[in-house]
Structure formats: C-alpha cells, structure tokens
Design a protein around this ligand. Structure first.
Ligand code: FES
Length: 113
C-alpha cells in the first residue's frame, strides 16, 4: 500500500516552488527524503548518501538525471537510484497532480498510519 504526501501545494507555493536542478531534504513520517527538480520533473530518493551519510538534499544539486552529493560528488540516477560508483539509493514515487507535488511512501499493512 502506498500513501501519498503533498510536499508542495501550488496555491500556497506557486507553480514553480523549487528552483531547477536543486535538491532539498524533506522529512515524511520520520523518513529523510531528498526531493530534486530537474528539467524533466520532480524526483524523490533517500536523502542519506550511501558513501558516508551526507544529506543529498542539503547542498546537493542535479546534473541531467543525477543527484550529486555535496561532499565527495558521487552521482546517483534519480529514476533508478543506481550510483555511478555501483552503489544504490532508494527512489520513491512522485506524482504531479493539478494541486501540487506528492511523494509516495510504501507502508506495510501492519504499520499504523
Ligand atoms: S558522502 Fe556522499 S559522496 Fe561521500
């Protein structure tokens, strides 16, 4: 089961709430998620860099379809999570709806909402 959380409301934040090729860290239900915006849209991945734990959403940036870690500049594909170094970060579902941007978080049936 996937639950979607609104992270931008177009009425409240405007139609372009995040600058192109930027990232930011968002906390959803205790999960640290990096929200990135590229020329092709919004993407969400784990915020914790697998190399040494830096926040990808705090000082990171986007190059084409990759997020670049601000500490040692490792790069991760925003669609697949695959790192250019052979490691991996978890991607999350993102939906653009008429009223805003949503991130989907998978929950197991036994987890309490
Ligand atoms: S902490 Fe991200 S590349 Fe080293």
């Amino acid at each position: 089961m996937i639950r979607y959380f609104k992270v931008y409301d177009f009425k409240q934040h405007g139609n372009e709430p995040q600058q192109l090729n930027t990232t930011r860290t968002i906390d959803i239900e205790g999960k640290r998620i990096c929200l990135a915006r590229t020329a092709t849209g919004y993407y969400a991945v784990d915020d914790k860099c697998p190399h040494a734990g830096a926040h990808l959403g705090r000082g990171g940036w986007c190059e084409d379809e990759f997020v670049v870690c601000p500490v040692h500049r490792y790069k991760y594909n925003l669609k697949t999570g695959q790192g250019k170094q052979g490691d991996y970060i978890k991607p999350y579902l993102v939906q653009m709806r008429a009223d805003g941007v949503y991130i989907g978080i998978e929950k197991k049936w036994w987890q309490i909402w």
